[in-house]
Ligand binder design. Structure first.
Ligand code: 5MM
Length: 362
């Protein structure tokens, strides 16, 4: 038949199980996959030099947080360097996470690059040798992968060219991951830069996701074994009109309902430069929104889980415990928001502070 079975039923079951575990009740993802340059920018804020040992120490701080962290964190996304590092007692980080009941994941893209022929738009590279790398990560204990693409809102973007290219490269990545037993997190991020209103952000997000699910269908990707990591639908960073969490929730759930098949295992939002507290309140409002929601809606936050942690740590050993407390606090707050039960008031050292980074496309 021309309708091939692209994955064995056993492989499909394995992918489905991993994906469902990641989005199981009250749990979400810690995105700790900052590349060397990006973590350097975070360290700059506390005046810490960006050495391999400091990166290792910081990741050890995160991963050696009390075991109860696993009540709220189901998966951690690693950068390749971190995947190969160990805690100071010699235990590989992958093992440290597994021992806690947390699934290690891995960023497999090789970064955002300019897309020639567009007005300053981008694509993401890293397909060469991807299958071999995925096989190594799977063997080394990873259960899922992440690849991030970025799309920009302006008067003339995102263009057809950028939407079709980014959707297709994410679909190719997803297909290669699944062949190697890794659940692909598909991340087509519509950046928050701009003066546009909420309605514009919603229309663009809907268009981008429509391109995305057409491409995943074209590549025969097994949707039950995938996760989507989208932006929440928020107005542009420089929009003068202000919106409530309820406005954001309605726009976000409407956009997802119109474009994401119910077969998809779950939605794990990025925080996109929102303050820690806003990212939690908006996730909570999304889960409280009374409309139809056929998938679990949870978090996969980088900045919104780590800003207070880095601030409390300040690069000093004496502050490690206090920093881990901040991580626990944020993780628990977001775990509650993932079931619409966040009561507010968990703001940490960086609670209300905007984490916006202009043109976050590195
Ligand atoms: C952790 O940040 C990731 C950054 O990766 P690069 O170093 O390659 O830029 C990023 O992909 C992140 O996982 C998502 O954007 C979500 O992070 P935020 O901070 O938006 O929640």
């Amino acid at each position: 038949s021309r309708f091939q079975q692209y994955l064995s039923p056993e492989k499909e079951d394995e992918l489905r199980k991993i994906a469902n575990t990641i989005v199981s009740k009250r749990r979400g993802i810690l995105a700790a996959d900052e590349s060397v340059a990006t973590i350097g920018k975070r360290f700059d804020t506390i005046g810490l030099t960006n050495t391999e040992e400091n990166r290792r120490k910081y990741r050890e701080l995160l991963f050696s947080t009390d075991n109860s962290i696993a009540d709220s964190i189901s998966g951690v996304i690693l950068f390749d360097e971190t995947f190969r590092q160990s805690a100071s007692d010699g235990t590989p980080f992958v093992k440290v996470l597994q021992n806690k009941g947390i699934i290690p994941g891995i960023k497999v893209d090789k970064g955002v690059v300019p897309l020639a022929g567009t007005l300053n738009e981008c694509t993401t590279q890293g397909l060469d040798g991807l299958s071999e790398r995925c096989a190594e990560y799977k063997k080394g204990g990873c259960g899922f992968a992440k690849w991030r693409c970025v799309l920009k809102i302006s008067d003339h973007t995102p263009s057809y060219q950028a939407m079709i290219e980014n959707a297709n490269v994410l679909a190719r990545y997803a297909s290669i991951c699944q062949q190697n037993g890794l659940v692909p997190i598909v991340e087509p991020e519509v950046l928050p830069d701009g003066t546009h209103d909420l309605q514009t952000a919603q229309r663009v997000t809907e268009e981008v996701l429509a391109f995305q699910y057409k491409a995943l269908a074209d590549h025969h990707v097994f949707l039950e074994g995938t996760l989507l990591k989208p932006n929440m639908v928020t107005a542009g960073q420089s929009c003068t009109k202000k919106y409530t969490s309820q406005d954001i929730a309605r726009a976000t759930v409407e956009a997802l309902n119109r474009t994401v098949p119910p077969a998809v295992a779950g939605i794990t939002f990025l925080s996109g430069g929102q303050s820690e507290e806003d990212a939690t309140l908006n996730l909570n409002a999304i889960n409280q929104y009374p409309g139809r929601k056929p998938w679990p809606l949870t978090f996969s936050y980088g900045r919104a889980l780590q800003a207070s942690v880095i601030k409390a740590w300040g690069g000093k050993d004496a502050n490690i415990k206090a920093a881990q407390e901040e991580l626990l606090k944020r993780a628990r707050a977001n775990g509650a928001a993932a079931v619409g039960e966040y009561q507010g008031g968990a703001a940490g050292a960086a609670g209300g502070q905007s984490l916006f980074v202009a043109n976050h496309s590195y």
